[in-house]
Design a protein around this ligand. Structure first.
Ligand code: OXD
Ligand code: MN
Length: 619
């Protein structure tokens, strides 16, 4: 039985929800209880409305298709609406909050006609954790409720927390698909959303408030994820002295049964989910998952950083996920999963490019068109069967390698932080920072090389698209101040207690070596465990396999047992310092990257550049 407004006994929440009702004018209001019965009934409502298709081949799994105009996060329509533009910084879009609210209020007025408003009490992080935070999302999208049910702890158990404490804090999150219905009108199988110029994904950092309008997809609409757990949480973390990061969290166990916990930040398309669920190729080592996208890290009484995964599910990119690249993700999504924008097979299963087996017969593509399956998955760009950003929403507890402590309210103590990007040249396979501030420098220069496949502007190919800390689209304030915050966090503890910081690069290329599949000098995937093993040993204080170089600490070699011969040959090359390449890298950072942050750039980062430049000159 769903809850009603009368079940909310928290005065501030009641007041806020009533204001939203008065503005949006829904036909009905339901307070989400988070039960299985409620989930099933909402899913059936979506099936009846023609928005969801049950999958015959997968237990309790459903496929949704969005509109082509609503398939991904829309960074151009995402705003950090701080009072001062300078506080949003040079890398965020900004509109004055008074003006933005006025514009959005006009859009929200009556926007839920013909729809139900769902009030979702939700918690980011394990219930009862001192690191977790609560929110209320109101939305007119059943799809959002169903996804929030998987991605967060939602429903009565969170409402009970609010009702027990009238002062309990919450982040108010307002969402509408922006498609009011006229009397007797229904969605009629068409994904509801607004045209792009009416989409707004707005964060008001001073008020810890989120207003989203016009999109029903992913991070634009599941407001607990990017909007709360990153854009608002980065602001909370800065003000409260902790870290809210776009990072995976993994548990690493060595053959002796010793354990270390590692977080890692990588720009999109670098295999973050794959790394979080990696199956090691070296015997005796084990990787288990705590989280695949977001980490909240707070200091414990012992001066160490403890991390929780604020989410309860995976919102993973489906294309490219295969038994080879990430078997654990496939198993996680075998049941109780929502698929969005994947292709549908004749026998009622999902299919996507890179799933690593050919589909046969006819497929219904993500736009709903029935087409002959391709003999291979080499569809032309724009003609894929599954949208390149097609997703699965799967409960984390279904992951075969989920760590037993993934919901530990205390979090897990972090020993290492990894940064990485797609860098075909210059950056070695792995190096360790010489200090915390040097590690902050490494985070600040994260980026991937622009390829012909990732841009239509040929003049950009070969340049580095910097995505500092892989958080550029998700930081709720000035990135220069964010760097400063990381430096401050370093001052709050000592180097022996802080996590060690590493930069990894799985993507070095040698296009002239025909022996290497795709020209990649490192096999990646499960073989990345060889690098993780070195990182583990470094965190254990092992100095036996290390050289101090101009750019940081590096391994003399790695465990190569069972490694394919071609990679044994390339390994020495990707464990070398490319002195000239690094000089160019530093010049690029100095000339093209750091100047963006003006006076907000902490002097400590310029000092690190000088220090590394000096060491390279002497190398
Ligand atoms: C995501 C992203 O969806 O980073 O996780 O874009
Ligand atoms: Mn992400």
């Amino acid at each position: 039985m769903s809850l009603t407004l009368n079940d909310i006994k928290h005065p501030k929440i009641s007041t806020w929800v009533n204001e939203m009702i008065a503005m949006c004018e829904p036909d009905n209001v339901v307070v989400v209880d988070g039960s299985q019965e409620e989930y099933d009934a909402l899913m059936q409502k979506c099936v009846k409305a023609g928005l969801a298709t049950p999958l015959k081949k997968k237990e309790n799994c459903f496929l949704f298709r969005s509109l082509p105009s609503d398939v991904a996060r829309v960074e151009s329509r995402t705003f950090i609406s701080s009072v001062k533009e300078e506080d949003a910084g040079p890398t965020n879009h900004w509109i004055d909050p008074v003006e933005l609210k006025q514009t959005m209020r006009e859009l929200y007025k009556g926007c839920m006609h013909g729809r139900t408003m769902y009030v979702i009490p939700f918690c980011m992080g394990p219930l009862g954790s001192a690191i977790s935070k609560n929110g209320i999302e109101v939305t007119d999208s059943e799809y959002v409720v169903l996804n929030m049910d998987i991605m967060t702890r939602a429903g009565k158990k969170v409402l009970d927390i609010f009702n027990a404490d009238p002062n309990a804090d919450f982040v108010p999150c307002l969402h509408s698909v922006g498609k009011p219905l006229r009397k007797c009108e229904s969605d009629n199988g068409i994904w509801p959303c607004a045209d792009v110029e009416y989409k707004y994904i707005s964060q008001f950092p001073e008020e810890h408030l989120i207003w989203s309008y016009g999109s029903g997809y992913g991070g634009n609409a599941l407001l607990g994820k990017k909007c709360f757990a990153l854009r608002i949480a980065t602001v909370l973390a800065r003000d409260e002295g902790w870290l809210a990061e776009h990072m995976l969290i993994l548990k690493l166990t060595n053959p002796k049964g010793e354990v270390k916990y590692v977080t890692g930040a990588f720009p999109s398309a670098c295999g973050k989910t794959n790394l979080a669920m990696l199956i090691p190729t070296i015997p005796g080592w084990k990787v288990e998952t705590i989280g695949d996208d977001i980490a909240w890290m707070k200091f414990g009484a012992d001066g160490r950083l403890y991390a929780i995964n604020p989410e309860a599910g995976f919102f993973g990119v489906a294309p490219g996920t295969s038994a080879k690249s990430n078997k654990n993700a496939l198993i996680s999504a075998e049941k109780n999963t929502i698929y969005t924008n994947c292709a549908l097979t004749e026998d009622g299963d999902v299919w996507w490019e890179g799933i690593d087996y050919a589909a046969t017969g006819k497929l219904v593509d993500w736009k709903g068109k029935t087409r002959d399956a391709m003999p291979n998955d080499k569809a032309k760009k724009g003609e894929e069967m599954a949208h390149p950003n097609a997703r699965f929403t799967a409960p984390a507890y279904q992951c075969p390698c989920i760590a037993k402590e993934w919901e530990d309210p205390a979090g897990v103590p972090i020993s290492a932080i990894l940064f990485g990007g797609r860098r075909p040249s210059t950056i070695p396979l792995v190096h360790q920072s010489l200090s915390w501030n040097h590690g902050v420098f490494l985070g600040s220069i994260v980026g991937s090389e622009i390829t012909a496949a990732s841009t239509i502007d040929a003049s950009q190919v070969g340049k580095i698209r910097r995505d500092p800390f892989a958080i550029l689209p998700f930081c709720g304030y000035n990135m220069g101040d964010y760097f400063k915050h990381w430096i401050e966090v370093g001052k709050a503890s000592s180097e022996d207690k802080l996590p060690k910081i590493f930069y990894v690069n799985w993507f070095r290329k040698d296009a002239n070596n025909a022996e290497l599949p795709g020209g990649f000098m490192w096999p990646g995937y499960g073989d990345n465990s060889r690098v993780l093993a070195w990182i583990f040993d470094r965190c254990n204080g092992d100095d036996s396999n290390v050289v101090e170089t101009a750019i940081g600490y590096m391994p003399k070699t790695l465990n190569t047992d069972g490694l394919e011969e071609c990679y044994k040959k390339t390994l020495p090359e990707i464990l070398k310092v490319d002195v000239e390449g690094w000089k160019k890298e530093l010049a690029d950072v100095k000339e093209n990257h750091y100047p963006k942050f003006g006076a907000h750039l902490p002097k400590e980062l310029s000092e690190i550049i000088d220090m590394i430049q000096d060491r390279l000159n002497k190398a």
